[in-house]
Design a protein. Structure first.
Length: 324
């Protein structure tokens, strides 16, 4: 089969890996300029050199046997390392959180900077409509993007699948990124749930990192929702003030100070690993189906591929909802 996979994050790449293992031909499309998704790493130039911030997921956990095996392979490749600060089963990408996503993407044809506006079926094949051209033909379509972006793609083809997706919402998250010329006298490398802060992480202390003192400060879900439409510069000020309050320090002026809004950060779904319509050969996978964790995104992609290929799944806790 030739399969269009819309979204080259963890779920889309996991699905593509499983399809490729069985001899099929996935082609991936992603609106971003490069790999990462919510495991992105932001790099910027500064007077102190290039500084990197893991401004999405700060870490991930590995608990299922199949995913632990994959993480062990990543560790052998040098693209992940354990990070006990976040827990005994916590891991980070090295040298950035997007490293395992980059390693996965290298095995596939991915068209970056290519948002897909719609999918159509001509009676035999699927076509994906980009900004200035269509891609196809494809035998099947996998939609592996956040639920708010998936709904316009699925709604014209499977109303019941769309209606199920409509029950899922996502909470936003503002992330502030700050770098300092000197180390800060803050004891822990992670601070949680103080004032506006959901998570604050000393990014420069993670394994495989280099460069000056760097912090990522993520606002809590409620705080981020309250301030959702505010200017990024104002958000950076508020989150820096929150870090100062949480630590009781008078912080020096940062050499880098910026903020990024994740509008669809934490999804609420918890009912299936994937959705699949075998009659139409179209399905959806992603962490939004199972509450937003990296491992669940990986499981979701594998579960959908297994259903498409009629294979038994070894690590998918909730199975696949079938339509058609």
């Amino acid at each position: 089969m030739r399969v269009a996979v819309i979204g080259a994050g963890m779920a889309g790449l996991s699905c593509a890996d499983a399809l490729r293992e069985e001899g099929h031909e996935p082609a991936l499309f992603d609106k971003a300029r490069g790999p990462g998704g919510r495991m992105s790493t932001r790099r910027c130039d500064s007077p102190l050199g290039t500084i990197a911030f893991d401004h999405g997921a700060s870490h991930f956990t590995a608990r299922g046997a199949a995913f632990r095996q994959l993480v062990s392979e990543w560790q052998a490749q040098g693209v992940v390392a354990p990070w006990p600060v976040a827990g005994r089963d916590a891991w980070v990408g090295t040298p950035g959180m997007n490293a395992p996503i980059k390693a996965m993407a290298e095995r596939h044809p991915v068209t970056w900077n290519c948002p897909i506006a719609g999918v159509t079926h001509d009676g035999r094949h699927w076509w994906c409509r980009g900004q200035d051209r269509s891609f196809g033909p494809f035998d099947a379509v996998v939609i592996a993007v956040p639920v708010e972006q998936a709904l316009p793609l699925i709604s014209l083809h499977d109303f019941q699948m769309a209606r199920l997706a409509m029950t899922v919402g996502s909470q936003p998250c503002w992330a502030g990124m700050f770098a300092f010329a000197e180390p800060l006298d803050i004891g822990p490398d992670m601070i949680r749930h103080i004032g506006p802060i959901g998570w604050a992480v000393r990014n420069s202390a993670k394994p495989g990192r280099a460069g000056p003192e760097a912090w990522v400060v993520q606002g809590s879900a409620d705080w981020s929702a309250t301030h959702l439409e505010e200017d990024a510069d104002r958000i950076a000020t508020l989150l820096l003030d929150g870090l100062a309050h949480a630590t009781g320090l008078t912080l020096p002026t940062p050499v880098v100070r910026m903020a990024h809004r994740w509008r669809y950060a934490t999804p609420s779904g918890c009912f299936a690993n994937a959705l699949w319509n075998p009659a139409l050969q179209i399905g959806m996978c992603g962490d939004w189906l199972a509450h937003g964790f990296v491992e669940q995104a990986w499981q979701s992609g594998r579960a959908l591929a297994g259903e498409m290929l009629g294979l038994a799944q070894d690590d998918g806790a909730m199975g696949v909802a079938r339509r058609g």
